[in-house]
Design a protein. Structure first.
Length: 252
């Protein structure tokens, strides 16, 4: 049996006294696409952010349980959050390119990590943009402003920027929610290639996208994990009536 890349163990989380997650436990296998889906407010994005420790500075919160990365408790005292975030990258719903050129966006992280060799940086740029399915579109304009790219290209640039540090896990929070169908398809195609090397956890923008992408899928409802099964099963033969109602559009 393959050891999980990420494990959540009885994770509960509250904000200002309002419980957002309740006793969530699941194992995320390596080199696969795991989907967190369900109605808004179900706790999907919260769990995603907890895996990256993005909520560390949010006041009025309380977390119980543990989250493991390769068997290491990521909330253990003394753990380097900077090192964790190099291992676990995150891409948000709204493309947020940094000021500067396309190339500068991709090399930003490696430079902060101390990489100075220009040949190595050029290799990182090409590799990352290729993995994000963007290289062929921008290879002759790397010195153009990143903001000159289309919305879909900007989102793939943000994926490339995360990949520049070669994270082990890539978290994506509705990365195609504002994109047109063509751009959405390109992002999804890149994810199918990326899962050969990375562990991907994504909050999709629709049930249809969840069904297209999921190797494994977790259905969240009001802070609870209702069920977690292989994608081929959960979208065809849900094991819980609430999941079936949501998948078939009868929910609520």
């Amino acid at each position: 049996m393959v050891a999980p890349k990420v494990r959540a163990e009885n994770v509960s989380y509250s904000y200002d006294g309002r419980q957002v997650l309740r006793g969530v436990s699941l194992d995320v296998p390596p080199r696969s696409i795991t989907v967190f889906f369900g109605p808004a407010g179900g706790g999907k994005t919260t769990l995603l952010r907890l895996i990256n420790r993005l909520n560390d500075l949010v006041e009025g919160t309380e977390m119980e349980g543990r989250i493991w990365l390769d068997g290491e408790d990521i909330y253990a005292p003394g753990l380097s959050v900077a090192r964790l975030r190099r291992r676990v990258g995150m891409v948000f719903a709204l493309p947020l390119p940094l000021p500067g050129t396309i190339r500068e966006n991709v090399v930003y992280g490696p430079r902060l990590a101390g990489v100075r060799d220009q040949r190595r940086l050029s290799g990182i740029v090409e590799r990352s943009l290729e993995q994000a399915a963007l290289w062929d579109e921008v290879k002759d304009r790397l010195n153009d402003p990143a903001t000159a790219l289309s919305g879909g290209q900007q989102q793939r640039l943000c994926i490339a920027r995360s990949l520049a540090l070669e994270p082990e896990v890539l978290l994506l929070d509705e990365p195609t929610s504002g994109l047109d169908p063509v751009s959405t398809r390109k992002v999804e195609e890149s994810l199918f290639e990326l899962k050969k090397r990375y562990t991907i956890i994504i909050v999709p923008h629709s049930v249809q996208q969840a069904a297209r992408l999921a190797d494994h899928a977790a259905f969240f409802l009001m802070g609870e994990l209702v069920e977690y099964r292989p994608g081929t099963e959960i979208f065809t033969t849900p094991g819980d009536q609430r999941t079936e109602d949501y998948v078939t559009g009868r929910f609520g």
